[in-house]
Design a protein around this ligand. Structure first.
Ligand code: ATP
Ligand code: MG
Ligand code: MG
Ligand code: MG
Length: 563
């Protein structure tokens, strides 16, 4: 591809709306452009990387014996009522009505569709096991789409579904998929952990593992053992968590008169209002903050508890711009506690509230609950406060030490069991002629989310550093000058490498070298070959993007290294 004709609008400026490094870089390198919140167009470079990820996934799915299908995005609401999820799924489900008044949903996931498809076509144990997969656009009206492709409202997912005659069969299908997932994660160059998790709204009777890419902007907190291979999503580890010794008995909220949470003067009162979990966390937090927090940000009230929190505290829950402002204004420490989920600044210093009113212009009565996000509202080191809370934990499996990471869920494998097959009547006849529900598993990968996770892990100050298998091109050829020996040698290398199967990008633009180098670093191809002064003698400069190492090579040597 010649860069002069490539649709690759790079940006010098850092787009203001982008909080995560991956989001900024993907906009700057011209991979994606937003259309609406959480909805993106993929430009040629972005599409190419997406295709590479898709190809890797397809290869592993086929190797694991899964067959590709493509299921409809538009799904009758009736089907979702049959499975019992139409009501439960909530506002994340994109609903629409056709011209005849029939209700539909845009698929956020495809258990219903695949289960009815298999139900209608397969009736004998002889046709089982079977695993089907698709790579398809999913729609979820996320409450907070953000971080570019990390949490979109329209995104690309690979979802696979296994159908087995018995639980042993499901075990085998599940393990095959799990193994494929490990290969996919490795193929994408991701640092990740496979963790035990809870099954959430998809539900099911068996186990479930999440594949978590380790990134500071990750919305999940995971713990892993330093001695054995135990790793879990914090929600899951919570069960095994015993908090550190916290003060006993009636602990007053420190400096109670300064706090604006009417009716609450002691932790016990707060516990009563919010429930055991929040009370415990606050107690621990205030203890750790030496009794001097200026604002307490409680994470750990899971989304399901939001309604409870609102109902319990009502107008008492104040928002003080955000945690960072709280800190700036009060000059005091802001605490952070709790696992993933809702983050609510609960207690706000009266003076700080008055100051904040001056800054934000918001009257107390207008403040709403607002979600505070580490990394955006809050320097990430602050998460360290929380780490202390759990610093003494021991691994529930071997008693070893646990360490914490922030993670992005890039994959998820579930043992569904008969949850959907029983509801939707996906039964088969076994060897003895008895009808039984199929035993199912489901396996998702966030294909578009992987792009962001990879960039999040593989970048530097200058731009993206693509892992080899995912780069949109194999190498970047940069002639200095548009005619003469440099341009001629570049053209020759370009033609030769392409004819031998390499995907090349040739920067044939009439730009200054500095501009070309900046763009090259930004889009991050693994190899950059600069053809300049030494071209007449047949020499080029070969540079590895990742290490920054530079070699003076003959054109032939450089070509051989690319191939
Ligand atoms: P999350 O916990 O991040 O909301 P999820 O548990 O709701 O994800 P699943 O239902 O398990 O997601 O879907 C399978 C995969 O699809 C996830 O592991 C993730 O990689 C991807 N995914 C889910 N939601 C999104 C989204 N809004 N944008 C991009 N990818 C997503
Ligand atoms: Mg979700
Ligand atoms: Mg999840
Ligand atoms: Mg999940």
């Amino acid at each position: 591809m010649k860069q002069s004709t490539l649709f690759m609008p790079t940006l010098r400026e850092v787009p203001a709306e982008a909080e995560a490094a991956s989001h900024r870089l993907m906009l700057r390198a011209g991979l994606i452009r937003p259309l609406a919140a959480g909805i993106y167009s993929y430009l040629p470079l972005g599409r190419k990387v997406l295709r590479r990820v898709e190809e890797l996934i397809r290869r592993e799915m086929e190797a694991a014996g899964a067959q590709e299908v493509l299921l409809p995005a538009m799904q009758p609401a009736e089907l979702w009522r049959e499975s019992g999820r139409y009501g439960v799924y909530g506002p994340e489900l994109v609903r629409l009505t056709d011209r005849h008044g029939r209700e539909f949903a845009l698929g956020p996931t495809h258990e219903e569709v695949i289960t009815t498809l298999v139900r209608d076509e397969i009736s004998s144990y002889r046709r089982l096991p079977m695993t089907l997969y698709q790579i398809q656009t999913k729609f979820r009206d996320e409450r907070r789409p953000r971080f570019g492709l990390l949490r979109g409202r329209e995104f690309l997912m690979k979802d696979a579904y296994s159908f087995d005659a018995d639980w042993e069969g499901l075990d085998r299908s599940y393990r095959r998929m799990e193994a494929a997932y490990h290969r996919i994660m490795q193929g994408c160059g991701l640092r990740y952990r496979a963790v035990e998790a809870d099954s959430g709204s998809i539900g099911g009777e068996g186990g479930t593992h999440e594949f978590m890419a380790l990134c500071a902007v990750g919305e999940d907190t995971i713990v892993s053992c330093t001695a054995c291979d135990y790793a879990a999503n914090l929600e899951k580890a919570e069960a095994a968590w015993t908090p550190p010794e916290a003060p006993q008995g009636e602990v007053p909220v420190p400096d109670a008169e300064r706090w604006h949470t009417p009716g609450v003067r002691t932790i016990a009162e707060l516990t009563e209002k919010l429930g055991e979990e929040a009370g415990l966390l606050l107690k621990t937090l205030i203890y750790l903050a030496d009794g001097q927090p200026a604002a307490v940000v409680v994470r750990g009230l899971h989304e399901v508890n939001e309604a409870k929190v609102r109902a319990a505290l009502g107008a008492d829950v104040l928002e003080l711009a955000d945690a960072e402002t709280t800190q700036r204004v009060t000059g005091a420490r802001v605490g952070l506690a709790g696992p993933v989920g809702l983050q609510v600044p609960l207690l706000v210093d009266r003076e700080a509230a008055a100051l904040a009113e001056g800054i934000t212009g918001a009257n107390e009565a207008d403040w709403h609950l607002r979600h505070v996000v580490p990394g955006r509202d809050f320097p990430l080191e602050r998460v360290g406060d929380y780490r202390n809370v759990r610093g003494d934990d021991a691994c529930p499996r071997c008693g070893g030490g646990l360490e914490q990471h922030r993670g992005i869920e890039v994959g998820h494998v579930f043992k569904l069991g008969t949850k959907y097959s029983a509801k939707l009547g996906a039964v088969f006849t076994d060897e003895t002629g008895v009808e039984r529900p199929m035993i199912m598993g489901c396996y998702g990968i966030g294909v578009s989310r992987i792009l962001s996770a990879v960039v999040e892990q593989h970048h530097d100050e200058q731009g993206i550093v693509w892992p080899e298998g995912l780069a949109p091109f194999d190498a970047h050829l940069i002639p200095l000058g548009q005619e003469g020996p440099a341009a001629e040698l570049a053209d020759r290398l370009y033609a030769e490498l392409r004819s031998r199967g390499a995907e090349m990008l040739l920067d044939d633009r009439a730009e200054r070298p500095g501009v070309k180098f900046k763009d090259a670093d930004l889009i991050g191809l693994p190899v950059r070959i600069v053809i300049g002064r030494d071209a007449a003698e047949g020499f080029v400069e070969y540079k590895e993007r990742r290490s920054g190492e530079t070699f003076k090579l003959t054109a032939e040597e450089a070509a051989a290294r690319v191939l």
